[in-house]
Design a protein around this ligand. Structure first.
Ligand SMILES: [Zn+2]
Length: 152
């Protein structure tokens, strides 16, 4: 399947017979996008949209999928606090009851979360639990252990 076939496939899926000029607009749009992205976008559109999307909504879908690709986290550069998740859990005790909460990390992954979620480092200057890196390879592992001991 080439780019043109993909566009024809999309029109076909929505039962639309485009005029020549309309088809050309879509083909021009498809030429500006990598073949892989085009295939993914059209798969998404066919699975999720109720009607043939306009060029402007196709552009929105394209931008959305580019943004979600950027969320891929390189393990080498992973944030040591949140492991790239953007959220760090903590535990608070209230009248003998432990409750788990979540706060935003200070890294770029944490910045993606709403400002309504508290910033972890406003609550704790460093980690809530002292992290012995020789014993736990990630802070989250240590946290899960601490949580287990309190919540069991
Ligand atoms: Zn982080």
């Amino acid at each position: 399947m080439n780019r043109d076939d993909q566009i024809v496939r999309m029109f076909g899926a929505f039962g639309v017979k485009p005029s020549k000029s309309r088809l050309e607009i879509y083909l021009e749009w498809a030429d500006k996008i990598s073949y892989e992205s085009l295939t993914n976008i059209i798969d998404d559109v066919i699975n999720e949209e109720d009607r043939l999307p306009t060029i402007s909504s196709l552009n929105k879908i394209n931008r959305g999928s580019a943004a979600s690709n950027q969320q891929y986290i390189d393990p080498e550069n992973r944030c040591m606090y949140c492991e790239g998740i953007g959220i760090i859990p903590y535990i608070k005790e209230n009248d003998g009851v432990y409750i788990e909460y979540q706060a935003r990390c200070k890294c770029s992954s944490g910045m993606r979360y709403s400002k309504g979620i508290p910033n972890y480092f406003d609550i704790y200057p460093d980690f809530q639990f002292e992290w012995d890196r020789g014993k736990f390879s990630t802070y989250i592992q240590l946290f899960l252990r601490e949580r287990y001991e309190r919540l069991r």
